[in-house]
Structure formats: C-alpha cells, structure tokens
Design a protein around this ligand. Sequence first.
Ligand code: ARG
Length: 578
Amino acid sequence: MNLHTLLLERFKAAIVAIGAPADSPAPLSRSTRPEFGEYQFNGAMALAKVLRQKPRDIAQKIVDAVELSDVAQKLEIAGPGFINIHLSADWMARQLENAATDPRLGVDTESQQTVVVDYSSPNLAKEMHVGHLRSTIIGDAVAKAIEFMGHKVIRQNHMGDWGTQFGMLLAHLNDKLAANQVAETALSDLEDFYREAKVRFDNEEGFADRAREYVVKLQSGDEQCMGLWQQFIDVSVAHSEEVYEKLNVSLGREHIMGESAYNDDLANVLNALKEQQIVVEDQGAQVVFLEELADKEGNPAAYIMQKSGGGYLYSTTDQAAIRYRCGQLGADRTLIFTDARQALHFKQTEIVARKAGFIADEQTYEHCPFGMMLGKDGKPFKTRSGATVKLADLLDEAVERAETLISKRDSDWSEEEKKDIARKVGIGAVKYSDLSKNRTTDYIFDWDTMLSFEGNTAPYLQYAYTRAKKVLSNGNVDANTLKSSIALEEPQEKLLAVKLLQYVESINQVTSEATPHVMCTYIYELASIFSTFYEACPILKEDVPEQAKQSRLMLTALTARTLKSAMDLLGIETMEKM
Ligand code: ARG
C-alpha cells in the first residue's frame, strides 16, 4: 500500500466530483508539523481560478466530496484553503499489522518493466580509482531498489576494454612477458604498469611506432595480439572483482558487457546511420551535425561516429549499445551512471539514437550524473603526493580506521567478530557517506564525519538497528514472526507509525529519480523517530500493560525490519550486535 498514492487517488476523484477537469493539478505533500496532520492537500487555490470560486469554498467542497472516512480521522481547512489530513490511528495500526506479516513489509510490486542499468563501467587500462566509487555504489543501490519493486533489471558493466591506449599497454606487456614475467606479476599494479608504458611511449625511440602497430593489429584481430589483450583484460577484470567484493555490490562477471563486445556491430551501426542520411562525411570523418545543440553563433554540434583514419569512437560504441539494449534486451528504461562531465555526450547520443530509431519514443534514456568527490581542501580527492587514490587502498584504509575505533570499545567480542564488525562499519561508512548526499553535487570526503556514531552516518544507523534488535531479543521475540495487535496511543507511536508506512514512498522516489539519498534521509528519520519513541514509550518495563508491550514490540520489530530492508537495498551491511 502506498499512502501517498492512495490519498492522491481519493483527492483526484473528489476534484472530478466537484466539477473540475480530471487533469487539474493535485498537489499533495507531507505536513511539516504534526499539528497540521500527516499530509496536506493544496489543490484548492489553483482550482479557485479555474472554477471561479473562493479557495476556501472549494476546499470545503473537496472536504465534503473526498471519500476518506476509512483512512482519515479528520480533515481540516487552514489558511487560504489548505486541507490538513489527520490519519486515523486505527487505520494505520491495521496497515502495520498487515505489513508485519508480509515479507515485503506491505510494499506492493509494480507492473514489470525491463530496466537496463549501466554502472561502474571502469576503464580497464587503469586501476579502479575513487571516481568509480560513485558510479558503482549509486548504480548498485538504484538497481536493487528497482529490482525490489518487481522490475527486471539487466545490469550492464560497460567496461572500457578497447581503444588506442591498449596499443601502448600491449607493446609493454609483450616485452615484459618476453623477459619471462608472468602477466599477473607484470600487471599486479596497473597504475605502475600504465605509467611505465607511458614513459616508454613518450621517451623511448621506436616504442610509439610499435604501440601504433599494436593498435592496428588489435583492430584486425591478430591472434598474438588478441592473446596479449585477453591476458591484460583478465587480470584487470580480476582487480575490479576484488573491489566489487570488498564493496559488497551485486556486480558479477555475467554483467560485463564491455566496449569490445560491440566491435563487430560498429560498421553496421554506421551503415544504418548512413542509409538514413543522418551521418555525413566531413573532412574524411563521418559526422552527425546536431542543429538542436547549436552554439550561440548557430554552428551545429558535431558528433563524430568515425575518424578520418577509419577508427571508431566512444560514441559509435554507445550507439551500438543503445541499439542492443533497446532492441534486443527490450529496455523500457536505460539508466547510465557516470560523472557529470559526460552529460553532453549522453545528450547527443540520445538525440542521434532517436533520429536513427534505435530507441523508440516510449523508451527512456536516463543519464544519471554525479558530482566529484573532493578532499577536505575542496579540491579533487588525491593522495598526499597528488596521485589518484586507488579504490582498493581507500577501502582498506576504511576498514583499518574502523578497526581502531572498534578496538577502543569495551566488549567481549572475539577477534573474528571484531574484524567482521570493523569491515561492515568501515565499508558501510564510505558507501553511506557517498550515498547520503544528493548525487548531482560535489561532496567532501571526510573520514571523521563518516565514521562518527552521531548524525546521518552508517555507524549511527547500524547501531540503531542493533538497538532495536536488542529490545526484541530482551523481550524474547523474533522480528519476523511476531504477530499481535497494534494500538497507537502516544504521539511518538503515531509518528513512528506514519514513518514506517512511508517506506514505499521513499523507494518509489529512489527508483524514479535514481536518488539513493532519499532512502538515506528516510532511514535516518526513521532511526531518529524510533529513538524518540524508545525514550518516551517504555516497552519492557514491568508496569507496562501487556497490550501496550506487545504493540510496542510490533512497532520495534517493524522498525528493525524496515531499517534492514532499506540498508540491504543501499548495500550497507548490518550486524546483530555492535
Ligand atoms: N568507461 C567510462 C568511464 O570510465 C564509462 C562508461 C559509461 N557507459 C557508457 N555506456 N558510456 O568514464
């Protein structure tokens, strides 16, 4: 059951009943203060103009017409014509009792769509660095939320495994293997390897020419060269997989659909564009001129599909990818997570693909950009020496820092338990501090804030979860099987009830806008409200009547399960004690 949708539908019916057009705006929002009820309908003011009546009169007519006797305890008109909705405590209690016996917590699935999610997609020529953190974890959280709503998610890891830089890398690898090295050792540090190759490319006589020969050989499918390439890719993919494992993300080998996978299709895609005269020759290159993205002087933007030497580009591959995803995979939606600097590329890519009919009108292509991760100095996040930070190193540091933190606490945990908790806290902190920020802006990476047990952080939420679980175990009940009736008497109980019922609203927002921070805000609020409830409403104290005790245990169980479910979707691990 989606509370917001349910209320909205009832109000829409009421609007029609009082003679307003069915498509009239129907703004329904959450109330900002409990005395205004839980939701507020603000449509009367706009309708007043259309129906030429006073807003308050319209509001009264809506109140008379809307069928909410089951859901609301009272409706109130305030100010110029706001309608405050006070939900019925009984009705909320019944909804929560249903949610308590439902493994999906009362969240209905939606009609199934096929959704392609393109995320992580690192460049295999180099080691995964902090820039890939955002794409990987934001994409993963959104993919999981969409899946939870019942859709078919097809993960596509569009790895950068092709292109001219591989000429230089393969020439260097060839020499290392000739000198009796094995690929795994030679490539144990991809950053060093890349740097060495680049130094040779810039300085060593003849090396650049050999690198270029390798590019040609690679493109023509030369066997020896393909063998080297495969070795390189295998080692680099294994590096990425280590990072995925550390990060607890749901990407596996089966989701890899790298750039090279489209090689055989690039000529076909170009031909299709030529046939439709979308692409034209310009100084030997094949170019699409986009009038819709012209600059101030009126010069159309140039989207190059093939270079004058015959080489294909990132954009050609993306055209092939769209055609495959929308055609063969049948994607209703395609979501792509990259940093904001690629926004123009994806805008152009979509326009061209729509012209070519690679994507149909009803199919969406949603570039989901994100900002940069900055250091405390407000500049792009770097190591002290100014080098890019390897993601694997960053994650190891997170676990180490969490270990130090945990070891300071009094506990009877075994070494193994401590290690496990430290891993979950450290990785959780890095992920959560990123996920909880609105993705479109840059954010400052700060160890101290993210590892704090106070505020909107992973440790705070993981702790809140263990606290709820502790109450349940002290009360000898199992969160998943507890079944009794709920009565909402105290204001803190009602506040908690409303928040629990809003879980689905936050998932819906995450799936439609690709914004996991909405879910983070939600669980932070839920945890804070739970904490207030816990202070105000004793649960296991002796003088608490049995009925209230059972009801409060039910609310606690629902809170624990909701926190866990939400953190699962975000990819944040929880533990039973902390
Ligand atoms: N490999 C690219 C990068 O590291 C991201 C690829 C995103 N997906 C795509 N279909 N272009 O920037």
